[in-house]
Design a protein around this ligand. Structure first.
Ligand code: GLN
Length: 238
């Protein structure tokens, strides 16, 4: 078995070690004897979503995010088809915001891809620090680090989790991130997956099932170190 992991625009969207999410996908597949194929796609290169099983869209500054969005608009239709068809997409912070209808800053309103009916508004107080969530995707809390000026309004979509500590989508809604089909959007950097192996395995499982059918399974791994890292942040944030 093999899964192709598309790393989109690492030259633009690469904050806080977001590429660690790619390494985590790669390792946790290889440990199970499943071949990870990393497909790095730089800004301006064509993307064949039919050949990808998992896609990472990392975080970036406002400027980089705007540039990335400009390039992604050229493949907007195929991104949308990929998402609607159950393609697995992990979008972090700036990558999450740009999937929405717009991002309104104090300077301008930047049109997003509009593949999700959500929007983001910038406010001067940045929402920064450790964050802990409770989520149906993971028995353990989901932990990470957030740093964003944008507040994201997700309407009736399901969030990734409820904020136990930290700010989340708006700092007020008590919700963090979004889950739509097999798309997960979140403000959690850090990177997200190494400290939250259950979330990594959830995404891998969805991708395996989409490609190889419902019975495709992942062997459990002994996650002692990963759980310790997770606990450390969860306890520190209390
Ligand atoms: N534009 C984003 C913001 O709200 C970028 C943050 C990020 O990707 N860390 O600040």
């Amino acid at each position: 078995m093999e899964l192709a992991i598309g790393h989109l625009y690492p030259d633009l969207l690469n904050l806080y070690g977001d590429r660690g999410n790619i390494q985590c996908f790669q390792k946790r597949l290889a440990w199970r004897g499943i071949e990870p194929k990393i497909v790095t796609i730089h800004a301006g290169e064509g993307i064949d979503f039919h050949k990808l099983d998992l896609v990472l869209l990392g975080g970036g500054s406002d400027r980089e995010q705007e540039l990335a969005c400009k390039y992604l608009k050229q493949v907007r239709q195929s991104i949308q088809e990929y998402i609607e068809d159950g393609g697995v997409l992990l979008a972090i912070c700036g990558g999450y915001q740009l999937l929405g209808n717009y991002y309104k800053t104090n300077q301008a309103t930047i049109e997003g891809l509009g593949v999700l009916d959500i929007h983001t508004e910038w406010k001067p107080k940045r929402l920064t620090g450790d964050i802990v969530l409770r989520s149906r995707l993971s028995k353990n809390p989901i932990v990470g680090f957030e740093n964003h000026g944008g507040r994201t309004y997700i309407g009736d979509y399901a969030p990734l989790g409820k904020v136990a500590s930290g700010y989340g989508n708006t700092g007020k809604s008590g919700k963090e991130g979004i889950v739509y089909k097999n798309l997960v959007g979140t403000y959690l950097h850090g990177p997200l997956l190494p400290k939250n192996p259950e979330v990594c395995d959830y995404l891998l499982k969805q991708a395996l099932r989409r490609k190889y059918g419902k019975r495709a399974a992942l062997e459990p791994l002994s996650d002692g170190l990963e759980q310790r890292a997770n606990r450390y942040i969860a306890e520190r944030a209390r």
